[in-house]
Design a protein around this ligand. Structure first.
Ligand code: PEP
Length: 249
């Protein structure tokens, strides 16, 4: 089975109205290969303006959302609010949220399930820290982060999930995983899905790589059999994002 290539841009807490407009102009003018899904995740305050200005060819994602429809949850966003604005994706479990906002894998799984149940697809982020890689526990860490998601979701709900493998030591550091390092973990994740969910889900689920991807290193990574795309931080704010979108072309 060939999985559609998927490229996400995580703008994190960056941008202004003016810089967003410039980026959107670049994206709207880009030639996007037909067989690539492209999604950008601006900060929450810009979701509506970005959705309105961006070509419908590119989907818009939130960076987070909560597991309730509405209510007394100050500072949070409901999936229904995202859907109301034409936002179709959300990130969940980005390492910055796990680290700075103490999000547990169980909490990430709960929000993932709720988002999917309310029509929002999820880019679920997992990945080990440097000390964990050095200790040889990369696979265990990934499995432990995946397990609550697998417990929460039905087999059908996996159709609305993309897994982003993002080694924390590679995020924003300029230290990209080698194609072999990334492929090894992606293959492990796919085998884990086969064993713990189903062979069909393992075959169909996109597993994308994130961590210092740029216009120069994307082609070799994209050539790996289990790398189905990228989640891009820093380089998604630059014109080279367009080259990353075309990495497999
Ligand atoms: C990210 O934030 O998900 C990310 C991968 O960042 P960067 O590309 O800057 O390493």
């Amino acid at each position: 089975m060939s999985r559609q290539f998927f490229v996400g841009g995580n703008w994190k807490m960056n941008g202004t109205t003016a810089s967003n407009e410039a980026l959107i102009e670049t994206l709207n003018g880009a030639e996007i290969p037909e067989d690539v899904d492209v999604v950008v995740a601006p900060p929450a305050i810009y979701l509506e303006s970005v959705r309105k200005a961006l070509s419908p060819r590119i989907a818009v994602s939130a960076q987070n959302c909560y597991h309730a429809q509405s209510g007394a949850f100050t500072g949070e966003l409901a999936p229904a609010m995202l859907a109301d604005l034409g936002i179709t994706w959300t990130l969940q479990g980005h390492s910055e949220r796990r680290e700075y906002f103490h999000e547990s894998s169980e909490f990430v799984a709960k929000k993932t399930k709720f988002a999917i149940e309310h029509g929002i697809k999820v880019i679920a982020c997992i990945g080990e820290k440097l000390a964990e890689r050095e200790d040889g526990t990369t696979f265990d860490v990934c499995a432990a982060q995946l397990a609550p998601i697998a417990e929460a979701l039905s087999a059908e709900q996996w159709a609305d999930v993309v897994i982003a493998y993002e080694p924390v030591w590679a995020i924003g550091t300029g230290k990209v995983a080698t194609p072999d390092q990334a492929q090894e973990v992606h293959a492990y994740i796919r085998a884990w899905l086969a064993e713990n969910v189903s062979a069909e889900v393992a075959e169909a689920t996109r597993i994308i790589y994130g961590g210092s991807v740029n216009g120069k290193n994307c082609n070799e990574l994209a050539g790996q059999p289990d790398i189905d795309g990228f989640l891009v931080g820093g380089a998604s704010l630059k014109p080279e994002f367009v080259n990353i979108i075309a990495a497999r072309a």
